[in-house]
Each structure stands twice: as C-alpha cells, then as structure tokens.
Unconditional design. Structure first.
Length: 439
C-alpha cells in the first residue's frame, strides 16, 4: 500500500485525482465492459485477470480501472510508465516477476501509454507473458493494431473503452459536488443546466468534466456566508463556448442539426455552413455531424449525384484522422457540396416502401429459380431450376421473375428527373419495356 507524507494534503490535488473511483461501484461509464454479468466484471470480481489491453480516448477510465484491479487483486501489482521506463527497468521488473512466479505469486504489470514503447521494449515483455511470469495490462489511446507488436497483441484480449455518456458525466459531477473528497464541505449552487453543459463540453472525458467543474466553482461568486454560486457568465468564461449553452433537455442540439439538414436539403449553402459552425463551435462531436452528412448524401441526394456519398464518407474519414479544429474545413466542403448537389429522395422512398412490404410479407418464399442448389437434394427439389444467367445473353438481361409471386409488379425505385437520375430514369424505363416485351 502506498504511504502518504505527513505533509501531503489531498485538497491540493486536482479534483479529478481526489475523486478517482475506489471500486467498481464508483466507476462511471463502460457498462458494456463492467456492468453486472459482463466478462470483464467477472474477471475482476473473481481476481482472474489475464493479459489485456485497454484502448480508448484519454479521461475515460483506463488507468482508473487498472487501479481498481490493483486494489482487488491478491497478485503483486506493479505500476509501470511507458514514458519514464526503458529496457533496463523492464528487465529488472521482469526478473522480480519471475522470482514471484517461482514462489507461486502472480504478478500484474500495468503499463500506461504502452503505445509509447518501441518494438524492442515491447518485445522485452513477450517471453514473460508467454510463460505466465506476468499478467500484462496495457492502456493506450492509439489503435493497438498499429501500435502494439502483433506477437504481443495476439496474447492479449483488447477491451475497447467508449466515451462516457453525458448522463453518466452529469451524475459524476453531482457526486463531485456532494462528496467530501470534492466540494461536499462547501455549499455550491449550480443549475442542472450548467452541469449538462459541462458534461457535453467534456466530450466523453471524465477528467475534462471534473477539471471544468473545479474551475467554474473556484471562480464562482462567493456570498458572505460562504455559499458559492456559479453564474452563466462564469461558465462562459471558463469554457469559452457561449454557443454551447443548449437548454437542459438538449432540444437545441436537435434543433440545430435539423436546421443543418433542412438547409442542405433546401440548397442553401450559406445557412448550412452557419448551422455547421454553430454546432462545431459549441463543442459538438464532428463525427456526429459527419455521420448525419453521410446519411443526407443518400437520403436527399442519392443517385442524382452518386459522388455525394463519396464526398460525405471522405469527410467522415478526415474528421476521424485529424479531429477538430482542423476537420472543420472538411465538413464545410461536404456540407456545401450537399447543398449544391441535385436532390432526390428516391433512395429513402424506395427503402421505406420495400420495408412495409417486407414486414407485411415476411414469410414470402424466395422464387425457386433464384435459389442456390449446392446439394443433390436441393437440385431434386428444383432449387435453381429455370435460372437465367444474364451474362450469357446478348442484352445482359433476362425476363426472369425475382420478386415473390405476391409482389410481382411492385415498384419501389421511382427515379426523379434531377441530375444523373434523369439518365437512370430513362434507363430503367428501357429495362421495364424490354422485360414486358419478352415476358
């Protein structure tokens, strides 16, 4: 157990450090990993951890969960930093772990920021992981597939940590205000709306949320009786994001993304870029905006300009690669392109019409002629009988029926006369006329 100096004062530590969860019950987020009945939860509760890698953004609990494991395990727990340690330190720790193994004692080695180790340093762990001298827990913010040696990675189970949900962050902030390790000994007045703002501003990062809360409380208005009140002005100054002040129900968030979508649909690039800026400058996740633009590319542009989907997906990838603020220009390009593109909602209409029939006719059999017949029995049952291979025909098309009997004649795709879809409409009519003539 770590001993503390007589002169050490916890109140001098940052709020995020003082409020670090001590057990799984205090841990916030990652319910897909440590919720009741989940695999990682069982491994921790049973003290049966194997070599694992925690992968996720900063501030979402990787190191904290390792500390909780340290408190629960009966194994020797060694905390190791990839920033300050080299091969010499690794070998010294491995030698001690090997001695522990001979004495029947397990050793867990936690390596924070394991991606900072080079190949040679990572290789130094490999033989000890292989023969069970150590159980390795690595934490990384980088993709393990690229940053961790394949031989080492193959011997570890990777657990992916997700950004913490806004609701969970709000509960964490409320606990920080009431907990004696936080501001429990103070009287703090802060509106729930402001807690929601801080949680959204943190973008899934608990450490960032707690740091922001600490800043706004320490800069709050102090009354004669010592009561601290956090005002809107204080909050704005601390986060420098006035436009982030959505209402506490999150309605403004949905209003603005709706405004962006409808501005693009109405071919108004100026309005679309304005609403884009409102969201990004408010701290919105650029990947969320990019996903909506990808949806728009098919829902509102579709085959009127098939290139729109490529532009949207490229913008999403750019946001993933470089993040904010640099990716704002990539999203601007995509949003303006969508605004100026010819519009067609025929993809959305086609699917929704087909969805209705699919739900109402869920048991319709696949016509025999378009079934596969990989076995003799299937062939004897006429699977594939009458199938016409379009490539064998001069026109590269046949009159073969592909819809179930009850749906013959249904038309889901109804192209509009916009952009390239004008050509597709003419082509589709030619296909239908040919099939009618040869049926």
């Amino acid at each position: 157990m770590e001993q503390k100096s007589l002169f050490e004062n916890n109140n001098n530590q940052p709020l995020a450090s003082r409020l670090r969860p001590r057990d799984l019950d205090e841990f916030v987020g990652q319910k897909h990993l440590i919720g009741e009945g989940k695999v990682l939860r069982k491994l921790i509760d049973n003290d049966n951890i194997s070599s694992i890698i925690f992968w996720g953004n900063p501030g979402i609990g990787k190191t904290t969960l390792a500390r909780i494991i340290a408190n629960k395990t009966h194994s020797e727990f060694i905390d190791f930093s990839a920033v300050t340690s080299g091969i010499k330190e690794i070998k010294a720790v491995m030698a001690q772990a090997e001695e522990n193994r001979k004495l029947g004692q397990k050793t867990i080695v936690f390596v924070d920021e394991i991606h900072r180790f080079n190949k040679a340093q990572q290789d130094a762990f490999l033989p000890y992981v292989e023969k069970g001298s150590i159980i390795l827990i690595g934490a990384t913010t980088e993709n393990p597939s690229f940053e961790i040696n394949s031989a080492l990675l193959s011997r570890c189970k990777v657990f992916v940590f997700k950004p913490i949900e806004v609701e969970d962050l709000v509960e964490l902030l409320k606990r920080a205000i009431k907990d004696e390790r936080g501001f429990g000994n103070e009287v703090v007045n802060i509106e729930d709306e402001y807690l929601n703002i801080i949680a959204k501003f943190a973008n899934g990062d608990a450490r960032s949320a707690l740091s922001t809360l600490e800043m706004v409380i320490l800069n709050g208005d102090v009354a004669n009786d010592g009561t601290i009140t956090v005002t809107k002005e204080t909050l704005e100054q601390c986060i420098s994001k006035k436009s982030l002040l959505y209402d506490k129900n999150g309605e403004e968030h949905y209003n603005i993304i709706s405004a962006l979508h409808k501005s693009m649909r109405n071919s108004d690039p100026d309005a679309a870029v304005y609403w884009l800026a409102r969201m990004l400058e408010a701290g919105e996740d650029p990947l969320y905006v990019a996903r909506r633009v990808v949806r728009f590319a098919s829902e509102d542009v579709g085959l009127a300009d098939p290139h729109a989907l490529e532009i949207a997906v490229a913008a999403y990838q750019a946001c993933h690669f470089i993040g904010m603020p640099e990716c704002s220009v990539n999203l601007t390009q995509a949003v303006i392109y969508m605004s100026m593109a010819p519009k067609s909602n025929s993809m959305d209409v086609a699917y929704n019409m087909a969805k209705i029939d699919a739900k109402e006719n869920i048991a319709e059999p696949v016509p025999l002629q378009i079934r596969n017949a990989p076995t003799k029995l299937m062939r004897e049952l006429d699977y594939g009988k009458g199938y016409q291979y379009a490539h064998d025909t001069e026109e590269k098309i046949t009159s073969m029926q592909c819809l179930p009997d009850s749906l013959v004649g249904r038309e889901y795709y109804r192209p509009v006369e916009q952009g390239l879809e004008t050509k597709y409409k003419a082509k589709l009519q030619q296909i239908k006329d040919w099939k009618k003539a040869h049926s």
